[in-house]
Structures are given as structure tokens and as C-alpha cells.
Design a protein around this ligand. Structure first.
Ligand code: MG
Length: 256
């Protein structure tokens, strides 16, 4: 179901988004060679709880028999891991790695969802560009996140930008409506046809999230039932914000 948020609800989404970004900031400041993704998870969780929120990803149902609910407070996806990496004491970051951190703060009945990819120390030029293009693709997409446009306008702009810059994109996972639920309608793919899909209206809140890779667009799921990786082992990056459709320009809700 697509939900249109009231003024009061939008205010709560701004606050959930602010806390989500506080957690991102805390994680970003802690990233260094030698830290585990489990430690980053705790930093994010502590930041959210200290600000009256809970980590909405923790306990998220897998929906698959035999696969446990998500155990982490963040998704921590290193190098060729695209999304849904499980934080672990055994995953220690090292110089030259990249890590995508996707987290959702739930506060006062509403969710704020954002993802960033961070460099651990010095990384190679192609991977630097990969991280930039994921972010730039988000901004290309939200140029079209305006009243009267359609979801496909956003999707098309994102997909074109990624391919024009020589990177691959993920088709199997997508952005989404967000509000009281972490995942609401509509789906917001990272590729598609301009002029197609749901018409955007003020009060809609959506998470727009390009997921891109250096090499082949083929992906795999690891045996843990969660982690999604590139089939060819090439690096992947993720950039996401929760945004509000307004009468004019979209507003980014996951901001400090
Ligand atoms: Mg997310």
C-alpha cells in the first residue's frame, strides 16, 4: 500500500531520518583497519538507542524456512558483498577494503533508512569512482522525484547514469516506499522506463538506493541466506536516502 504522510507524520520521519544519519556518522568515524563489523554494529545500535530509536533491521524476518531472522543492527557488506552482510566479530576491516553500511532507525512509529559505502584507508581509483557513481546516481534519480512524475522516471535516470559511467547495477533488489513499515509500496527499481509506474504525490516517502558493481551484473546469495555478493567477486557500492515528495523539490529526510 502507498501511504501519504500527514504533516505530523513527516515530522516524525524527519526525526527517524536524523537519528539514522547520526548512526551513520558514528560508524563512519569509527571505520579503520582492525575494527570488526560487529563493533560497527554495536556503535550504530548504541547511537540509535541513545537517541530514542531502535535498529529496525534487527530481527527482520527472513521469510525463508531455516534462515534465521536478521541478527544485526546494521547490514555490513564488505567489498564484493552488495547488501545484507551480517555483522561479525570475524570480519575485520583492512586497509583498501570498502564497506557498505545500510541501517534503519525506528523512532516514534516511523522508519529512516540510509546506506553509505565507506573506504577503509586508501582504496584503488576504480573503487573510488564506484563509490562516487553510486552517490551521483542517487542524485540523478531524485532530480525526477517530483510531484506528477512517475517512479519510472527516477528508475530510468538512475539506470542510465550507472551504465553511462561503465558500472553494473542490481536488478533483483530495489528502493521502496517507507513509513510506519520499513518496506512499503511502491517498489523503486534502479532501472526502468521513463513515464511508467506510479505517479508521485506530495506526502509520499520513498527510499531511493542505487546498488552498483564494477563488473558483471550477476549476483549470488551466500549460504547464510542473507548476504548478496557479486558473482565475479568485483566490488560493489550502495547509496541510499529516505526522501519526501513535496510540492517542489524532494526533501532528503535522512540528514543531520
Ligand atoms: Mg536501507
Amino acid at each position: 500500500m502507498v501511504t501519504i504522510k500527514s504533516k505530523g507524520e513527516i515530522e516524525k520521519m524527519r526525526e527517524a531520518g536524523r537519528v539514522a544519519m547520526l548512526a551513520q556518522k558514528a560508524v563512519e568515524e569509527a571505520i579503520r583497519p582492525g575494527i570488526s563489523t560487529w563493533e560497527l554494529d554495536k556503535i550504530a545500535e548504541n547511537t540509535m538507542r541513545a537517541n530514542g530509536a531502535i535498529p529496525a533491521e534487527k530481527g527482520y524476518p527472513s521469510g525463508v524456512k531455516g534462515v534465521p531472522d536478521f541478527p544485526g543492527s546494521i547490514c555490513a557488506s564488505v567489498n564484493d558483498e552488495i547488501i545484507h552482510g551480517i555483522p561479525s566479530k570475524n570480519v575485520i576491516l583492512k586497509e583498501g577494503d570498502i564497506i557498505s553500511v545500510d541501517l534503519v532507525a525506528y523512532k516514534d512509529g516511523f522508519n529512516g533508512d540510509c546506506a553509505r559505502t565507506y573506504a577503509v584507508g586508501k582504496i584503488d581509483k576504480v573503487t573510488e569512482r564506484l563509490i562516487e557513481v553510486a552517490k551521483e546516481a542517487f542524485y540523478e534519480g531524485i532530480k525526477y522525484a517530483k510531484k506528477g512524475n512517475r517512479v519510472g522516471d527516477i528508475s530510468h535516470a538512475i539506470g542510465e547514469y550507472i551504465h553511462q559511467n561503465g558500472f553494473g547495477l542490481v536488478r533483483e533488489f530495489q528502493g521502496h516506499g517507507i513509513g510506519r513499515e520499513m518496506h512499503e509500496d511502491p517498489g523503486v527499481p534502479n532501472f526502468g522506463k521513463a513515464g511508467k509506474g506510479l505517479r508521485l504525490e506530495p506526502g509520499m516517502t520513498i527510499a531511493v538506493e542505487p546498488m552498483i558493481m564494477v563488473g558483471s551484473e550477476e549476483i549470488l546469495e551466500l549460504d547464510d541466506g542473507w548476504t548478496i555478493v557479486t558473482e565475479d567477486g568485483s566490488n560493489a557500492a550502495h547509496y541510499e536516502n529516505t526522501i519526501l515528495i513535496t510540492e517542489n523539490e524532494p526533501e532528503i529526510l535522512t540528514k543531520l
